[in-house]
Design a protein around this ligand. Sequence first.
Ligand SMILES: [Zn+2]
Length: 200
Amino acid sequence: METEPLGVIARLMHELGKLPGIGPKSAERLTHHLLQAPKQQVFSLAEALRAIKEQIHPCEVCCHPTEHVRCTICADPQRDDSLVCVVEQPRDVIALERSGSYRGLYHVLHGRLSPLDGIGPEQLTIDRLMARVRTGRIQEVIMATNPTTEGDGTSLYLSTLLGPLGVKVTRLARGLPTGSVLEFANSQMLADALEGRRVL
Ligand SMILES: [Zn+2]
């Protein structure tokens, strides 16, 4: 069956409706807002959307999104480069940075192992992490994947790979409720979880 191409307005509603938290009603409301907004404001939004895809790429060291070769955290000489905290998503870096209690570097996996969804080690940035650890600079790797079944599985998998490399592997303390998501934890909880980390 041939599907008719969407009209311009319907297409915008359709695209907005794919965003998290935007249902059909919100998509319609936003579309009508944009139709009435000044041309310059809408073009500026379109330009900002284009820029995040054209100018942002993973940091060559930690895979956190950046517009530079290295992100501002990796490029900061004040950070302790013997410590690496492994997280699932860039949002987790933001949450841990907000806690203000961590001065090491990060490694962003861009997901977690999830065999049922077809996400294996090769879909994540695990090779990059191993290469970093092999340089010999890193002394401790802190697993800060989410305290979910998949997050725990990912940590365990990584610890078996890292163990033979002679690096200390720790896991965030269980101050975080099981199943909670790091990005929603408050700063004090994250600071406590970092402080109380245990050897895996
Ligand atoms: Zn970086």
